[in-house]
Design a protein around this ligand. Sequence first.
Ligand SMILES: [Zn+2]
Length: 166
Amino acid sequence: VFFVESREKLPVCPVCGGTLKYRDCKKRILKKEGGERIWLIIRRCKCDDCQSYHNELPDCLTPYKHYSTEIISGVLDEIVTPMDIDTEDYPCLQTMLRWIKWFNINLANIEGQLRQVSHHLLDLGDDVLFSKDSLLEAIRSSNSRWLEIILRIIYNSGGRIPALPW
Ligand SMILES: [Zn+2]
């Protein structure tokens, strides 16, 4: 899984840095606010070097989740709550609680991966890596699309955020 960087050019393989080739497309459902459902065409690519397959996701999707990333971060930021009147259009309470659990369980993991990427790719150096400030919190407090941003950083550098095991 990786996120679209540009329409014309495929990025390098997030696992080995090899060359990705377009293979085929598949459909994925996206549930949006207001109960709207749209089908997205996702491009599937294969790495020439390590032979792994990768799905190219648009920013609005979170890997393995059917709701838009905007709704998920809305729940995590408590902008979307179970108290919303249009509950029919929103994910059920159980789904919201699972997202919160998923996020909280992965907090240290997300922070660690952000630090690793900023260390390797951005070469920000030791003061970022050993600073006590949370990179996740820094991104989260500065941008309403924070979940899209951290998912892109983590997945496009070969990382992943595991789903809940149950
Ligand atoms: Zn590869």
